[in-house]
Ligand binder design. Structure first.
Ligand code: PEP
Ligand code: MG
Length: 593
């Protein structure tokens, strides 16, 4: 019987294929008494040296395939290899208990894993996860067992796992890993980021996927909407196969294009599609021909997984590289958005009870002008190389925005005084992702050059639903009428002030919402690269005039269920219309017309 599970869609797209359950806890750990502790410690040292070689190789391979920033995770792992506290723990237990080293190490890792599951501090969890990853590698060496790996997958498969470590994801066999489903994890976990960079559809936080699958079971992963179907019935399979085919056709069309492809509605209205990127390496040829610019460059990924801050020069190079490649199209650089669930351990962010409501994003930057100004200088310097815009996250009030602008003015004046070149016309924008910003959007619109609605956070703050908590993922609802009204209000404020309003949350990449967002008057949509073909296809199948009327209808709906009902009916009807038109075209073609 079909089983449908809902999790958090972290890398969009549809994957259909047989399940490959990936169980990493497959070691048989022997337990025996030893007589020579020195010999045991020597075995540990040899295993650690072997792991060091592997990690150095993985670091190089990942740097070559995905770029330096994704590879940095292995540098962190290399540092953890030298973690003295673990070695001290093992040494003392070895002398007290006298058991073999693999038993002691496994026992220690099991204790760490148990603690990790009960602790809510994301920073602690992130570090423990890395430690477990490294620990498993050492165990593999000690036992002379090949570590279960996804580097070579025999047949095209959908990988289902309790969790995947960053190194398992970074080295996944991209050709045969059709999709990823995991029981735990959130949208900003490394696995999620890597899956997006590798363009593999992925759903995390499913809780029970592992418990339901057997090897070879058929599964569907809908990474856009966060659904996984195990042993789908014939109608589900047919529906998703059709959707997948549509997206792939569009994707091939876009990939084959040499020139930038303009996205137009059926009635000829040009609608800009932009990309959300985390790293410069994501700006590939296929991305360049698919987008009219970068609507959100999440610069914080330059700061994650490392033990020091990126220098102004390093930041400048990253920003200038993206700006130059996309010139003259705009590249929207968002200033550092750390805190919340994106933690940079070396910046000593204190443990907070409510990190999502805490010292994060612009709040952090305003109190660390050294970091903030260095980033702004790098951004302004990069503006000479292309069309750079700068955007600020988590703005919640007017004073805050004015404070930001004051810092921007100081940075501009400083650069001018030192004769450093920058574009005087760089546009300054505000992310609208806090409910208070929506309420005063008329006032904020007068203080900046553009808006970008960040629905990921706006939904979490408006509906009071933590965006990374899988237990309440079902309540995280973009179709809630409150969210639609907030988008409408923000767009109206932007229009009244004569500034453009983009939308860059995950909602932008879900074709179910495309016509509604067009109808609400959003000026552009920015999304992960993988979502672009499906949204492009949807826009090409939409009339601007009917989108406006449709949006009015949807806004009148009173509940999220009603809204979803309207969206789904519309989506299916348009699908049917498209099928009818293509059949008509086909039959005309056959009749020689
Ligand atoms: C958002 O909040 O919608 C957004 C685009 O930013 P992030 O997902 O990086 O918080
Ligand atoms: Mg946000």
């Amino acid at each position: 019987m079909e089983i449908a599970l809902r999790g958090i869609g972290v890398s969009p797209g549809i994957a259909i294929g047989p399940v490959l359950p990936f169980d990493v806890h497959t070691f048989e750990i022997p337990k025996y008494r030893i007589s020579d502790s020195a010999e045991e410690l020597q075995r540990l040292d040899t295993a650690v040296a072997g792991v060091r070689c592997d990690l150095e190789r993985l670091h190089q391979q990942t740097a070559d395939s995905l770029g330096k920033d994704h590879a940095d995770i292995f540098k962190v792992h290399l540092m953890l290899l030298d973690d003295v506290t673990i070695r001290e723990d093992i040494e003392s237990r070895l002398s007290q208990e006298g058991f073999n080293i693999e038993y002691l190490l496994d026992d220690l890792l099991t204790t760490y894993a148990k603690t990790m599951r009960t602790v809510s501090d994301a920073r602690f969890r992130e570090r423990t996860n890395d430690l477990l990853d490294v620990g498993k590698r050492i165990l593999g060496k000690l036992l002379n067992t090949e570590l279960a790996s996804l580097e070579k997958i025999e047949h095209p498969s959908v990988v289902v796992a309790y969790d995947l470590s960053p190194s398992e994801t970074a080295n996944i066999d991209v050709k045969n890993a059709l999709g990823i489903a995991t029981d735990i994890g959130g949208p900003t976990s490394h696995t999620a980021i890597l899956a997006r960079a590798l363009e593999i559809p992925a759903v995390v936080g499913l809780r029970y996927a592992c418990a339901h699958v057997k090897p070879g079971d058929m599964a569907i992963i809908d990474g856009t909407n966060g659904y996984v179907f195990i042993r789908p019935d014939a109608s589900t399979l047919a529906e998703f196969t059709e959707q997948k085919g549509k997206v792939e056709r569009k994707r091939r069309e876009l990939l084959e294009a040499e020139e930038a492809v303009v996205c137009k509605t059926l009635d000829g209205y040009e609608f800009p599609l932009m990309a959300n990127i985390e790293l410069p390496v994501e700006v590939t040829h296929s991305l360049k021909v698919r987008v009219q610019g970068v609507g959100l460059y999440r610069t914080e990924y330059l700061f994650l997984n490392r033990t020091n801050l990126p220098s102004e020069q390093e930041q400048f190079q990253a920003y200038a590289q993206v700006a130059a490649v996309l010139k003259p199209r705009p590249v929207t650089l968002r200033t550092l958005d750390i805190g919340g669930d994106k933690l940079v351990s070396h910046l000593q962010l204190t443990v907070e009870t409510n990190p999502q409501l805490g010292w994060r994003a612009i709040r952090f930057c305003l109190e660390r002008p050294d970091i903030f100004k260095a980033q702004l200088r790098a951004m302004f310097r990069a503006s000479v190389y292309g069309n750079v815009q700068i955007m600020f996250p988590l703005i919640s009030g007017l004073e805050e925005m004015r404070q930001v602008k004051h810092v921007v003015d100081e940075v501009r004046a400083d650069l001018a005084r030192r004769g450093v070149a920058f574009d005087q016309g760089v546009k300054i924008g505000t992310m609208i992702e806090v409910p208070s910003a929506v309420v005063i959007s008329d006032l904020l619109a007068k203080e900046c050059d553009f808006f970008s609605i960040g629905t990921n956070d706006l939904i979490q703050y408006s509906l009071a639903v933590d965006r990374v908590n899988e237990k309440i993922a079902h309540m995280y609802e973009p179709a809630h009428p409150a969210i639609l009204r907030m988008i409408q209000k923000t767009v109206k404020s932007a229009k009244a002030a004569g500034i453009p309003c983009s939308l860059c949350g995950e909602m932008a990449g879900d074709p179910l919402f495309t016509e509604l967002l067009l109808g609400l008057g959003v000026d552009s949509l920015s999304m992960s690269a993988v979502a672009i073909p499906a949204v492009h296809a949807e826009i090409a199948n939409t009339r601007m005039s009917s989108a406006r009327a449709f949006a009015r209808n949807v806004l009148a709906a009173k509940t999220a269920t009603d809204v979803r009902g309207l969206l789904q009916t519309r989506f299916q009807r348009k699908g049917a219309l498209e099928r009818y038109l293509s059949q008509l075209k086909q039959s005309r073609h056959e009749q020689g017309e």
